[in-house]
Write a protein that binds this ligand. Structure first.
Ligand code: GDP
Length: 595
């Protein structure tokens, strides 16, 4: 990537190096230590400190100085300071503005999604083997998280981790790696909950779908029924005037695989997937692991440009220099063009899946970029809050409020859907990105991040991992147990109002160990506090197998016959609820209050 010297685009990183006579630009962050600045301008720290002193600034070697101070002294070394962030913005724009004449076709990147046991893994294996049969002997297939196959002279890249968790997790981190989604539906089983989830994830990503109607070798396979079910979820197949291609296959008997590949190429052709191989590489990490003998190893999918052995790179917050590139057949390569999955060696730490890779012109540039990324992370989040979304509706910039609904039972779902569909104003409408029964999961939160949606729980709870993710990602999750309340709140949002009152704060959880009868009076739940605390004046949701049975105030909280106001983690207590006493051993009491 071209980012520190001249403004003309160059293909060869070596051209990016300045000629000695010119004044060189160097990126300087808002604050920089004397030691680091010295490194950037190729001076000794002592020398730099003397310069600073002459300018009236006393700074020790590890002390940070600001941009203006740095900018004032480095011309003495033949450098000119440019703000690091401005340079970065220019570089990003550079990527988007690849000269169209330099773009050439690149292979499509395909992800396989679908319900469990519908045959995703078998299909990925079947596709991989079609290539092995064609290829000369000797290559050892490696599982590196992605592979490339070839059909009629065209390459196709497959991401090898089936399931929409990987897909959505990557999207939530801003890495859109997939060009085409294959939705696998077993024709004997039909559209199932995870099929619907996958459909909604892919729709949110605006990625074209090819449906593989799998297991057609089975006598009970009913592809026509599946097509009808798909239509109900907004995927209208070609035969019925829609644009969704369906291909009957049997992953197990290897029937229809070539037909599927053929159709992927058709969709790729329409999508006009292009990249510029003659530029510094950009990519995304598909998988990363620590290898005992080789150190940190990451599988990277090249999205643009070409990655070469010897390139300086930044991956997430990790620096490195490419020591070796290994493809999915276990062969060493000198370079990796766009859409190629490669294992890279030469990182000094382990990056994360979803991190972006950038090749840079020098080690120094790599350092600056890492520093900048770290600084950015400590700065606040940029994600739109619910208030932002509602503000956009109010000012007419947006016409949709995306919602994800999780409810206790199918019956509630129908009722909620119905109520929401009647809500739209001329200004805005509620759009349901995903609806399903069960607790709110991490997958729901990822989808919410990807589609800037609000998550609504109706008589349901949220898994602890999903709660943490929602908090860290700034996703708004609201709970209701009366349809009317939910509808009114959404109506308010569509009219441009956010009711900030209903923030639900979970104080802790207690597990019911014993149910104690108290004569004619209500039963007491003998509990142990598993996390957080129980507060006398809080509310309690009674959860059984993830479903909410009851939500209401605490009537009594006792410890050894004593009324108490608060019970801490690890301590036993007796809880009496107003209007509910149908406890069972194993129930979880979620203690919460509205802020
Ligand atoms: P995944 O969970 O979606 O990855 O599903 P798998 O690929 O593990 O397949 C689940 C089961 O379905 C396995 O027992 C496969 O052998 C079987 N299976 C997959 N594809 C086919 C097919 O085309 N026909 C038949 N009869 N069975 C299949």
């Amino acid at each position: 990537m071209q980012r520190q010297t001249s403004s003309t685009a160059t293909k060869d990183p070596s051209e990016a190096r300045p000629r000695a006579a010119t004044v060189r630009e160097v990126q300087v962050p808002e604050a920089i230590t004397v030691a680091r600045l010295a490194e950037l301008v190729h001076a000794t720290p002592i020398d730099l400190m003397k310069q600073l002193m002459r300018a009236g600034v006393m700074a020790s070697i590890n002390q940070a100085i600001d941009f203006n101070t740095a900018a004032a002294i480095i011309p003495a070394y033949g450098y000119r300071a440019v703000p690091a962030s401005a340079a970065k913005a220019a570089a990003v724009a550079d990527v988007e503005k690849d000269d169209p004449s330099k773009l050439i076709e690149r292979p499509p990147v395909v992800t396989v999604l679908g319900h469990v046991d519908h045959g995703k893994t078998t299909l990925l294996d079947a596709i991989r083997k079609t290539k092995v049969a064609e290829r000369e002997a000797g290559g050892i297939t490696q599982h590196i998280g992605a592979y490339q196959t070839e059909y009629k002279g065209h390459k196709i890249t497959f991401l090898d981790t089936p399931g929409h968790e990987a897909f959505t997790a990557m999207r939530a981190r801003g890495a859109n790696a997939t060009d085409i989604a294959i939705l696998v539906v077993a024709a004997d089983d039909g559209v199932m909950p995870q099929t619907v989830e996958a459909i909604n994830h892919v729709k949110a990503a605006k990625v074209p779908i090819v449906v593989a109607l799998n297991k057609i070798d089975k006598p009970e396979a009913d592809p026509e029924k599946v097509k009808r079910q798909l239509t109900e979820h907004g995927l209208v197949v070609e035969e019925w005037g829609g644009d969704v291609i369906t291909v009957p296959v049997s992953a197990k008997s290897r029937i229809g695989i070539e037909d599927l590949l053929e159709n992927i190429l058709v969709v790729a052709e329409v999508a006009e997937l292009k990249a510029n191989p003659n530029r510094a590489a950009r990519g995304v990490v598909v998988e990363a692991r620590l290898d005992k003998s080789r150190g940190p190893v990451a599988t990277v999918l090249i999205k643009n440009g070409t990655l070469n052995v010897g390139d300086f790179i930044v991956v997430g917050n990790v620096r490195g220099r490419i020591k070796a590139l290994v493809n999915d057949a276990g062969r060493r390569m000198k370079s990796a063009p766009p859409s190629t999955p490669v294992e890279i060696l030469g990182l000094n730490e382990l990056p994360q899946a979803g991190d972006t890779l950038e090749a840079v012109a020098s080690e120094r540039e790599a350092r600056v970029l890492v520093e900048e990324r770290l600084q950015k992370q400590t700065g606040g989040r940029t994600r739109a809050s619910l208030e932002d979304v509602v503000n956009r509706i109010r000012t007419g910039q947006s016409k949709e409020l995306n919602v994800i609904i999780k409810a206790d039972v199918q019956g509630s779902i129908e009722a909620l859907r119905e109520a929401l569909s009647k809500l739209g104003t001329d200004k805005a409408q509620a759009r349901t990105v995903h609806v399903a029964s069960g607790a709110i999961t991490e997958s729901d939160i990822f989808l919410a991040v990807a589609s800037e949606a609000l998550v609504l729980g109706f008589n349901t709870s949220i898994e602890p991992g999903a709660r943490r993710l929602a908090d860290s990602e700034g996703v708004e999750v609201r709970f209701y147990n009366v349809i009317y309340t939910m509808v009114e709140e959404i109506r308010g949002m569509l009219e441009g109002m956010v009711k900030p009152v209903a923030k639900d704060v979970v104080e802790g959880h207690a597990t019911v160990r014993a149910v104690i009868a108290r004569g004619k009076q209500s039963k007491v739940a003998g509990c142990i506090v598993s996390d957080g605390r129980v507060l006398r004046n809080a509310m309690v949701r009674v959860l059984r197998k993830g479903q909410v049975l009851h939500d209401g105030p605490i009537q009594g909280l006792r410890r050894f016959q004593e009324d108490v106001r608060e019970v801490a983690t690890g301590v036993e207590c007796g809880v009496v609820l107003a209007n509910f006493d149908d406890f069972q051993e194993g129930d979880v009491l979620e203690v919460h209050h509205q802020e």
